[in-house]
Design a protein around this ligand. Structure first.
Ligand code: ADP
Length: 718
């Protein structure tokens, strides 16, 4: 480092004293020019160079041309250096400024170079103390300075070298250490790298494994119809599989956001959530049942269970729950429960009915005893009434009967009498009728009532029997019982026969005088015509009508007796029914003109029948219409063809017939009770029905009280 010191020297007053032996100014300047000490004299503030010796010019690196120039002009490179200002101060303040080891930068041969100087700027004053010039001396000590600096630098260098060497040694040592460390480091880096690689591979494998296991889990969870869900450690659901989505009809996100638990049936929710949460607290497996609302809007029963999940570090991670649909099983359970309850109820009922049965049984014993008693008395009554009882199996026609029947039939065989055997005894005329009646009762499940004659087994004697029966259902509801009674009506029949014979005989006997009476009336009528006696004519007319009425009545009885004794014979011929009707009406009007009778026949109708007997039927119906309707009421008779049959219809506007009487209207001797003031025997409709049936025709009536009656009969066309 260069040290620079500036000393301010005050002027010496003795310095300017003159002597006569002194050299001239030019000499002085010459001498001065030769001095080795570089010297220059400056004047004025700007340090105009008054003179400068060669040494100074050399230092400056200039020639004599600088003389007369200001310091700044002569040495422009001094600008910015302190020297110009120093000169100024020295000049102005009359100071002396000196310095050692002072560096100054000068331009020598066009090159700026720094030199070191010992210098002095001394103000030279006159006697008044006024500065007249500044003496400038300078010695170039650059070499000295540079040498010193070089030594200093060499020393420093040596020191530095030493230091460096020590450092180098230290460095070498530490380098060696470092190399060793480096080697170690490299080795550990190597092993770290391979460890890292191993770890990376392991991590990659683990990630792959996790990814694979997750994929496997998802594939498995998505592909199954088991409802799988995953929950995390805060009991939040994080995953629902496709089965869940399909069951609830909601995408997974919605199930997560919406809160799947709200789909649980309100009755099951609390219980299930409690099961789940208590398992959750203990981190234990859970299992529970609940109903969940499906997309179809119905509840399905699910059985859910799940183990807790733990991470590899042992921390709890939540649950994987799997649920299965147990609706069917639940349904079965419910049904079983219902069934069990029902069974219990039935059992209770059974116990009650058992008790009831017990008491009923006791009643039954009493009833049976009573029934046995009743049966015994019935049997006794049947025996007393001489009633034979029978039963026929409707399918097999197997016959069973009581002893009274066997007695009535005169059957003495050791083997039980068969149905065929019994039928074989029936008189031929009645057998088909009887068989037909039995068949009809069996097929129609109806009543059976037949009176017929048969030969007694024991002596072949004809006996009359009335058999009554009915087909009744058994306890299963099947019509398997055809049973009834049979009674011996031979005596009754004989009485009737006698009565019929009597009626026949009486009628016959009555007819003979009546015929002669009629003959005489006709003779008298022809005689009265000649005399023109109106009274006689009228009286004979009345007499003739009465005789006709009587004849009709007697014919009726005669026909009855003939019918009963089976002596009625049909004399069939072909004739016009329409004409018969017209004749009957004419005859009716001749006898009784109290009613208006209209005939409605639109075509000729021919039938093959007994003319007189059909005429009797028509007359009977017309006379009933007249008899049972007030005078002057209209009576209509029509004859048409319907269903290949001739249909005759007689309609009156009379008193009509009560429903209860309709059934028996065609029975022998049946008369409506309230009509007893109107004369009659109740044989007209009976005879008419017999006649029509024997012609294979049908007869029936329609009537309502006070609404008039309509009687119909139909006969096959010829
Ligand atoms: P009857 O001799 O009593 O007229 P019928 O056998 O002809 O006997 O008739 C039987 C019963 O039928 C009668 O007593 C009567 O009460 C009733 N009857 C028959 N025809 C008619 C009719 N057209 N209107 C009302 N009642 C009738």
């Amino acid at each position: 480092m260069l040290f620079c010191a500036i000393t301010y020297l005050y002027p010496d007053p003795n310095y300017m004293s003159q002597s006569p032996h002194l050299l001239s100014n030019e000499q002085l300047i010459e001498v001065f020019a030769l001095t080795k000490t570089a010297t220059a004299i400056h004047v004025g503030e700007d340090a105009v160079i008054q003179t400068a010796n060669d040494a100074m010019l050399k230092i400056w690196g200039k020639d004599r041309s600088v003389i007369g120039k200001s310091l700044e002009d002569a040495l422009p490179e001094l600008k910015g250096q302190p020297f110009i200002d120093m000169f100024k101060r020295v000049w102005l303040e009359g100071l002396t400024i000196s310095g050692t080891d002072t560096p100054a930068t000068l331009e020598i041969d066009g090159v700026l170079t720094t030199f070191y100087f010992e210098f002095e700027y001394r103000a030279i004053k006159d006697a008044t103390g006024k500065t007249i010039c500044v003496l400038h001396t300078a010695i170039d000590i650059s070499d000295r300075i540079i040498g010193r600096e070089a030594i200093k630098r060499a020393e420093e260098k040596a020191r530095a070298l030493e230091k460096e060497q020590a450092l180098n040694e230290e460095l070498a040592a530490s380098n060696e250490e470092l190399a060793a460390i480096n080697e170690e480091f490299q080795q550990s880096q190597e092993s770290l790298r391979s460890l890292n690689m191993e770890l990376e591979a392991r991590v990659e494998d683990r990630v792959k494994e996790v990814r694979e296991s997750e994929t496997r889990f998802r594939t498995m969870a998505e592909g199954t119809d088991i409802y799988i869900a995953v929950g995390d450690e805060s009991s939040n659901a994080t995953y629902f599989n496709k089965a869940w989505e399909e069951l609830t009809g909601r995408p997974m996100q919605e199930l997560l956001d919406f809160g799947w638990a709200d789909l649980i049936h309100p009755d099951d929710k609390e219980a299930y959530v409690n099961v789940y949460l208590s398992a959750f607290e203990k981190k234990k497996p859970f299992m529970g049942e609940f109903r969940i609302l499906s997309k179809k809007g119905e509840y399905r029963w699910l059985l859910a269970s799940g183990p807790p999940r733990f991470r590899p570090d042992g921390s709890f991670a939540g649950y994987i729950s799997s649920s299965i649909d147990i609706t069917d099983r639940k349904q079965e359970e419910l049904e079983k429960q219902d069934l069990a309850e029902e069974l219990i109820a039935i059992n209770e009922e059974m116990t009650v009915s058992n008790e009831e049965l017990l008491s009923a049984n006791e009643d039954l014993v009493i009833t049976r005893q009573q029934a046995e008693k009743a049966e015994l008395s019935l049997r006794m009554a049947i025996d007393a009434a001489r009633l034979g009882s029978w039963q026929i199996d409707p399918v097999t026609r197997e016959l069973s009967y009581n002893t009274m029947l066997a007695k009535l039939f005169g059957y003495e065989g050791t083997e039980p009498m068969t149905y065929e055997q019994a039928l074989g005894q029936v008189i031929e005329e009645y057998r088909p009728l009887l068989m037909e009646a039995i068949d009809k009762a069996i097929t129609d499940h109806g009543n059976y009532d037949m009176t017929y004659a048969q030969h007694r087994f024991s002596d072949g004697e004809i006996i009359w029997l009335r058999s009554l029966g009915r087909v009744t259902p058994d306890e299963t509801g099947a019509f398997t019982i055809f049973s009834g009674f049979v009674m011996d009506v031979t005596e009754l029949k004989r009485d009737e026969q006698r009565k019929n014979d009597f009626i026949g005989m009486v009628s016959h006997e009555l007819k003979t005088p009546l015929t002669s009476l009629n003959g005489y009336i006709q003779i008298l009528q022809s005689k009265a015509k000649k005399t023109e006696d109106p009274f006689t004519t009228n009286a004979l007319e009345v007499a003739s009508k009465q005789v006709k009425k009587m004849t009709t009545m007697i014919n009726g009885f005669l026909n009855i007796s003939r019918l009963e004794s089976g002596k009625i014979i049909l004399n069939k011929s072909e004739f016009r029914l329409d004409e018969l009707i017209a004749d009957s009406v004419k005859e009716m009007l001749l006898m009784d003109a109290s009613h208006l009778i209209t005939i409605s026949v639109h075509q000729p109708i021919t039938i093959h029948a007994d003319h007189d007997k059909i005429s009797n039927v028509v007359s009977n119906l017309l006379s009933n219409a007249v008899k049972y309707s007030p005078n002057n009421r209209e009576i209509e008779i029509s004859c048409t063809i319907a269903d290949n049959a001739a249909l005759v219809r007689v309609k009156d506007q009379g008193m009509g017939i009560d429903a209860k009487d309709m059934e028996q209207l065609f029975d022998r001797y049946y008369r409506v009770e309230s009509n007893h003031t109107i004369s009659g025997f109740g044989i007209g409709l009976y005879l008419s029905a017999e006649i029509i049936e024997r012609h294979n025709g049908k007869i029936w009536a329609e009537s309502e009280p006070e609404q008039g009656s309509i009687f119909y009969f139909s006969l096959p066309l010829a």
